[in-house]
Design a protein around this ligand. Structure first.
Ligand SMILES: Nc1ncnc2c1ncn2[C@@H]1O[C@H](COP(=O)(O)OP(=O)(O)OP(=O)(O)O)[C@@H](O)[C@H]1O
Length: 308
């Protein structure tokens, strides 16, 4: 059982619409669920993991509804975002408890195997209270894997990990995807998703904004209009030379900080503009002092995708 189908799913909490009419299929391999904070990623993951019911629409695993379906839970492992754990247990006890909840015939053996998979066997007899963030994350992962699920859902798994732990987890998730499992992880960092996911689903403000491989998502983000702040030795001459080119649609002189305020430039053709600017400056003998993107926040990139 490996394919999760989300069909016209919405979920609201009081007046807050956390997920708004989302339709997507998540199949075998590694999928990244990308979106800024508050986009609805956790709500979606919780519905896929059977922790939450959709308000409308359906969430199914190979055609059977997941909510309140024990049979489906056997095939799903979920690593939640929240930090709170049973600190008074050792890592091993925590994983064994999960194995028992799943009714596995040999909980200790299953826990040993799962801890071994995440390379945490060495710290299994330490109390969770003494673990670093990355270690907690790995123990949560072991408990999600203890019943060897075919679907693994991870909510922001790389948060708080150092680069080495991040690489290890990426390797593990890659391996699981290559074995034919369905691995879905959420993140608000494009680079993280790019490195790992063969397929990316983008969600913004509860809505499904884009879907595809990282090249497609990158292209969508690069092709949007970009705003730059440019300061030079002669802003007015530079503005006059740039405005004639179709790669720019608007140039404003920033008067707020006096004569050297710089130019706010809106560029609609990223590749052409980044080639044009230094060439024009060189030809006109203008020195470029600052070239900085002024709307690179993830939110602005995402809102462009939603509007597209
Ligand atoms: N139990 C709840 N009660 C009320 N509002 C909620 C609840 N859970 C989520 N929300 C709201 O739904 C929206 C989506 O939240 P969600 O946690 O799914 O987003 P997210 O993309 O996972 O963000 P983050 O990365 O910050 O966790 C937010 O506005 C959030 O405040």
């Amino acid at each position: 059982m490996t394919t999760i189908a989300i069909d016209n799913v919405s979920r609201w909490f009081g007046n807050v619409v956390a997920v708004n009419d989302v339709t997507m299929d998540i199949g075998p391999g590694v999928t990244g669920l990308l979106g800024p904070n508050g986009a609805g990623k956790s709500t979606l993951i919780n519905m896929m993991g059977g922790f939450l019911a959709p308000s409308t629409g359906s969430v199914t695993l190979d055609g059977t509804p997941i909510w309140r379906n024990e049979q489906a839970y056997r095939h799903i492992g979920i690593v939640p975002e929240r930090e709170a754990m049973y600190d008074f247990l050792t890592g091993r006890e925590f994983v064994i408890a999960n194995a028992e909840l799943h009714g596995l015939p040999d909980p200790r053996a299953a826990a040993r195997k799962a801890l071994d998979t995440v390379e945490m066997d060495y710290a299994g007899s330490r109390k969770i209270a003494t673990y670093s963030k990355g270690m907690r994350q790995r123990v949560k992962m072991a408990s999600a894997l203890v019943h060897e699920p075919s679907v693994l859902l991870l909510d922001e798994p790389f948060n708080g990990m150092d680069p080495r732990q991040r690489m290890q987890l990426m390797d593990l998730l890659r391996r699981m995807g290559a074995e034919g499992r369905t691995v879905l992880f959420s993140s608000h960092i494009l680079e993280e998703v790019e490195q790992l996911a063969a397929h990316i689903e983008v969600i913004v403000a509860g809505r499904h904004a884009a879907s595809g491989d990282f090249r497609k998502i990158r292209r969508l983000m690069t092709d949007r209009p970009h705003r730059y702040l440019v300061r030079s030795s002669d802003d007015r001459a530079l503005a006059a030379a740039l405005i004639a080119d179709p790669s720019t649609t608007g140039i404003e002189v920033d008067a707020s900080t006096g004569v050297d305020g710089g130019l706010h430039i809106q560029a609609v053709d990223f590749a052409r503009f980044t080639e044009l600017l230094p060439r024009v400056a060189r030809d006109q003998g203008i020195r470029l002092l600052t070239v900085s993107p002024s709307d690179e926040s993830l939110e602005s990139v995402f809102s462009y995708l939603v509007a597209a």
